[in-house]
Ligand binder design. Structure first.
Ligand code: HEM
Length: 177
């Protein structure tokens, strides 16, 4: 009941935000509906699929399940829910979710377009070229992640990454206009 009330309150905040921009920038009804659909699709499918893969991986790797459970109970209590104030303390949970996203990316690719001619390693890429960045080939590259790149090992996210662009689960850089 409490959660229902909370999500209804959040929904009205979200709608308030969408409908409360300045007069000249105000969205029309169709645009508000489209934005709601985008958020529903972009927000629900992603989190539901991530949680499904994470639960499967935790079922297969009980040692990580024990660590994650211990952390959640320590930070949130036996019946409490995580909130903005304690999300930062959920370190094990975060590395488990990142490792899940590395192995089972929810988006397959992101698209980027070059603004000007660029050289990337040996590649000479002309301006206005569309590039499709395939997540699995980056996320499972043994040159970046090591020989165990196909294995579930959240500990790899506990240390700083050498290549910041090697983990693209949430995209990287601005989207093409
Ligand atoms: C595990 C959770 C999520 C993952 C892995 C994820 C991943 C992504 C990726 C890869 C993109 C494309 C970014 C790019 O091209 O650079 C994206 C776009 C977007 N995401 Fe998420 N996302 C997640 C959760 C959410 C949630 C919870 C919301 C909102 C409630 C959301 C809203 C959006 C929106 C609005 C866009 C832009 C869509 C557009 O191009 O119009 N995402 N997300």
């Amino acid at each position: 009941m409490q959660n229902n009330l909370k999500s209804r309150e959040n929904l009205s905040n979200f709608l308030t935000l969408l409908t409360s921009s300045h007069e000249e920038e105000r969205l029309g009804m169709e645009e508000v509906i489209d934005e709601c659909k985008t958020f529903y699709f972009a927000g629900k499918e992603t989190t539901a699929t991530l949680l499904t893969w994470a639960l499967l991986l935790l079922a297969k790797h009980q040692e990580w399940q024990d660590k994650a459970r211990e952390e959640v109970i320590r930070v949130c209590g036996k019946t409490g829910l995580p909130g903005a104030e304690n999300l930062n303390e959920l370190k094990i949970t975060t590395i488990v979710l990142n490792e899940t996203l590395r192995l089972y990316s929810l988006a397959g690719t992101v698209t980027r377009q070059t603004l000007k001619d660029v050289q990337l390693g040996d590649l000479q890429i002309p301006a206005k070229m569309e590039l499709y960045l395939a997540f699995p080939s980056v996320h499972c590259d043994t040159k970046i992640w090591g020989e165990d790149a196909d294995e579930f090992n959240p500990a790899r996210f506990a240390k700083p990454r050498k290549h910041q662009a090697a983990f693209l689960a949430f995209g990287l850089g601005p989207e093409p206009a």
